[in-house]
Design a protein around this ligand. Structure first.
Ligand code: MSP
Length: 552
């Protein structure tokens, strides 16, 4: 029963839940799209803690004790792209990395991203992990030295076969670019170490077919599946040191530097303590959050490398769509990147987190960023629904009427509800399971939509019940305040993962104790919403700062 109520998914192992973000290139300043990857991963990690914290057992099985979640984010610092940007800025790669990595860390801190490790690929434990991983690929016979000829896009740090490249002539200039990403490619012919990716076609197919939820959303899973079915060529995994010096050297061959994507992917292992040999306790990752542009690396190359090294494969790769600006891609060269620090400072961390997840939290379609839309979202939903409902129930006038009928300082028992309350009661009762099912499918936008629907119903109810009117009998006041508080409590508990600070203030105002803020506390033993006695807030003690202040 309880299992069904929380979406039917059970966590029966004691493995720490482990979520990752992509590690960010340090060639340019962070933009709002990078923040999106961070927030999505943070919400998933916080939500899992909320979901597991406090469950002990149910009729069907035993839930694990609250798991200690692990959450890694960080910066991807090696490779040709960073090497060239450093050259063009006349700084050492190390200095460039130190400066920009710090910006990404500051962004994560500003945005309340609760990482347990901020990893830099220049960290010394990462060099150890990468060398060990490489050595196990060699020892298991998956690496050989071969001749490589093909196109390389420095911007994508990716090789492309001939068929994926086109020639372009514009304004008298001719070049080649990747059809998929539009990035310029350059011809390379060199001796590289290669990974026998082709040998993993059948095992990858078997893994994908046995785990249809392993790549999300579904459309992305299908693309990965058809790419693997088409066949895989071996992957070049080193570059000559003479061309690429900014990277981790290949063990026992100082003439070669490791391909940056191999170095980068291994960060997920380093971050939870891998140094070679057996996988760390948190391994494998439960969720790798990635943008839609880097799915191939995470859903094909990474599982193949892990299989080759004899390590367990990730449970899920979740790909999110992108933010655009006036429908075009955000990029440094177009100069249209949205500065996330400015957005956080102007609108507040929780507003930005919630907006990113509501407007861009649909995995399949890109969302267009505009301040007008952000302002409307804040005004209509955060201030107009959530903030407004809270200030209504806390209004001294309304609280004073409840106090008249309460035993001083004792909780006011839940009122007897009547037929007219049924629609709202049902909506509140159904919300946790609806919310959870959307979260389980990584559809955060829909989860939020479900919350805002309930808040709209609750506001309409209060509007009709008019608890502020002297004509409303005290029973009507009590029912309206009770149901509004319950709607706020349930929404507040669920939204903690998305807006941790604002929901902490909301739940404090409603006098919900910290131990009552888990999913388990929201639902009774039978998995149904359980209502709560309500302590009237004393008149005069009700002032709290607005949850979502107006932007000056
Ligand atoms: N360094 C690689 C990832 C290595 S992971 C082992 C990389 N870095 S990145 O800085 O270019 O991108 C990091 C993440 O930001 C990716 O998930 C990417 O999809 C995401 N975004 C980049 N631009 C974006 C938008 N415009 N909108 C949303 N996300 C965006 O790739």
């Amino acid at each position: 029963m309880v299992g069904a109520a929380i979406g039917g998914r059970r966590w029966v192992s004691n493995k720490p839940y482990y979520v990752t973000t992509p590690i960010f290139y340090v060639n340019a300043e962070p933009h709002i799209g990078h923040l999106h990857s961070d927030v999505l991963a943070d919400v998933l990690c916080r939500y899992q803690t909320l979901r597991t914290g406090g469950w002990t057992r149910n009729a069907n099985g035993v839930y694990p004790p609250p798991t200690h979640a692990q959450f890694a984010t960080g910066t991807d610092e090696h490779g040709m792209k960073v090497q060239r940007v450093a050259e063009s800025q006349n700084v050492s790669p190390r200095a460039l990395c130190d400066r920009v990595s710090q910006r990404f860390r500051a962004l994560a801190d500003e945005a309340n991203i609760a990482y347990t490790r901020f990893i830099r690929t220049t960290d010394s434990d990462h060099a150890v992990a990468v060398a060990s991983f490489w050595q196990s690929l060699v020892d298991r016979g998956h690496v050989y030295l071969g001749q490589h000829e093909g196109w390389y896009a420095v911007s994508d740090e990716a090789f492309y076969p001939d068929a994926q490249v086109r020639q372009v002539t514009r304004d008298g200039e001719t070049w080649h670019e990747s059809i998929e990403t539009g990035q310029r490619v350059e011809w390379t012919a060199e001796t590289n170490y290669k990974f026998r990716l082709s040998a993993f076609q059948a095992p990858l197919l078997a893994w994908l077919e046995a785990n249809p939820r392993v790549v999300q959303p579904r459309g992305m899973y299908e693309r990965v599946l058809s790419e693997v079915r088409e066949g895989l060529s071996d992957l070049s995994i080193s570059r000559p040191r003479a061309r690429l010096h900014w990277g981790i050297p290949v063990p026992n061959d100082a003439e070669h530097t490791m391909y940056v994507w191999v170095d980068a992917l291994i960060n997920y292992l380093t971050a939870v303590g891998y140094t070679g040999g057996a996988p760390p306790p948190a391994w494998p990752a439960d969720v790798h959050v990635v943008g839609k542009d880097i799915v191939r690396f995470h859903a094909i190359y990474w599982p193949a490398l892990l299989m080759a090294a004899g390590l367990p494969l990730p449970h899920t790769v979740v790909a999110h769509a992108h933010w655009t600006v006036e429908r075009s891609k955000m990029s440094k060269s177009r100069g249209n990147s949205v500065n996330p620090f400015e957005a956080l400072a102007k609108y507040g961390t929780d507003t930005i987190r919630c907006f990113l997840m509501r407007a861009g939290g649909n995995l399949s379609s890109d969302a267009d960023y505009s301040e007008a839309q952000l302002q409307e979202f804040q005004r209509k939903y955060l201030q107009g629904q959530l903030g407004n409902l809270l200030s209504r129930v806390l209004a001294p006038k309304i609280q004073a009427r409840l106090v008249e009928h309460a035993v001083p300082d004792a909780p006011l028992a839940a009122p007897a509800l009547v037929e007219a309350d049924a629609a709202l009661v049902e909506a509140i009762a159904a919300l946790p399971a609806r919310f959870d099912a959307h979260m389980d499918a990584f559809e955060l936008s829909r989860a939020l939509q479900a919350v805002f629907e309930v808040l709209a119903l609750a506001n309409e109810y209060v509007q009709r019940a008019a608890p502020w009117s002297p004509a409303t009998p005290v029973d009507g006041v009590h029912r309206a305040v009770h149901l509004a508080c319950e709607a706020l409590r349930v929404c507040g508990v669920l939204l903690q993962a998305i807006m941790p600070d604002a929901m902490d203030r909301l739940l404090n105002a409603l006098q919900v104790a910290p131990a009552e803020r888990t999913f388990a506390a929201l639902l009774g033993a039978d998995g149904a919403w359980s209502t709560r006695a309500h302590t009237p807030v004393r008149a005069g003690a009700t002032k709290i700062a607005p949850l979502f202040p107006r932007v000056p």
